[in-house]
Write a protein that binds this ligand. Structure first.
Ligand SMILES: Cc1cc2nc3c(=O)[nH]c(=O)nc-3n(C[C@H](O)[C@H](O)[C@H](O)COP(=O)(O)O)c2cc1C
Length: 273
């Protein structure tokens, strides 16, 4: 573990960052996060998976409904098929374990059915959100737990490029949707990943009332910090973070297939009233 000052400096990409006089080993662990996209073939053990899932289940859950599930995929052919769904991302194929995090309303449908009770609320967008939020909270607990075991990971939003095909590959019943995947494995240290800077806190932290204007100056500074980061990593990124981010929201074509997500969700059994 590096010293807290270095952790805060790399997290914000600046030596000038104020170091709070309140850190803990857990905060320092969180500040060390980086996505890893190159893995050794060494497997993730069943014990490690069980500990990771226990951590995931320890996250809070809306109304204690547990409206999420996770599919652990180790089979090379199934990983390869998922990699294709996610736009051909090599790390999905190569990581020894792919965890696919699901918003899961099928279980509640079955529970209500077995109780002989109606479940029309499952048809509302609110319940889909409950499942997505539960899945995300569980996944982030899992991520922190995996990293504490010396494992590395990267989330895979590409799992939403072709939701029906992902559902077919994983045998998902109606009312279950793959929110994102997560590559898990031991990092290939010959291709090290660095901590990616975040915008200054004044971009995300508002006191009492929200302000959009207060974000302009720190975001300009963030463009500079990201330019320094890209250069230090020899990454050939064209344009600033602002330009790059604008391209990601330019139009439906920037959504790599996810512009038809509502249609896909309807087909997967979410009425989204
Ligand atoms: C929900 C979600 C989906 C993501 N999807 C992908 C993905 O499909 N492929 C990928 O390489 N990285 C993906 N990422 C990783 C982000 O690009 C990464 O978290 C971000 O650039 C910040 O870098 P860091 O995680 O190293 O701090 C995803 C992250 C999140 C939270």
């Amino acid at each position: 573990m590096r010293d807290p000052r270095a952790l805060f400096q790399s997290r914000y990409g600046s030596d000038a960052v104020t170091i709070p006089d309140a850190t803990t080993p857990i905060i320092e662990h969180l500040l060390s996060h980086r996505s890893v996209r190159a893995y050794r073939p060494d497997p993730v053990s069943d014990d490690q998976l069980a500990a990771i899932v226990a951590a995931a289940q320890s996250a809070a859950s809306s109304s204690n409904l547990h409206a999420w599930s996770v599919v652990a995929v180790r089979d090379p052919d199934r990983k390869a098929a998922l990699a294709e769904c996610a736009g051909g991302q090599a790390h999905v194929r190569e990581a020894p374990l792919q965890l696919v995090w699901l918003a899961d309303l099928a279980r509640l449908h079955r529970v209500a059915e077995r109780c002989g009770r109606p479940d029309e609320a499952l048809d509302y967008t609110e319940m889909l959100l409950v499942g997505v939020i539960d899945a995300a909270l569980a996944a982030q607990n899992a991520a922190v737990a995996a990293q504490s075991l010396g494992l590395s990971l990267v989330y895979i939003g590409g799992m939403r490029n072709q939701p029906e095909e992902v559902a077919r590959i994983l045998g998902l019943p109606p009312r279950v949707f793959a929110v994102f995947g997560m590559c898990v494995g031991y990092a290939d240290e010959s291709k090290p990943a660095s901590v990616k800077p975040r915008p200054a806190q004044s971009v995300v932290l508002h006191h009492e009332r929200y302000s959009l204007e207060q974000q302009d100056a720190p975001l300009a500074a963030y463009d500079d910090a990201m330019a320094r980061f890209y250069e230090s990593q020899n990454m050939n990124v064209r344009g600033t973070w602002s330009v790059h981010s604008s391209k990601r929201v330019a139009g439906p074509a920037s959504l790599t297939g996810r512009d038809r997500l509502v249609e896909a969700l309807h087909k997967l059994g979410f009425a989204m009233k």
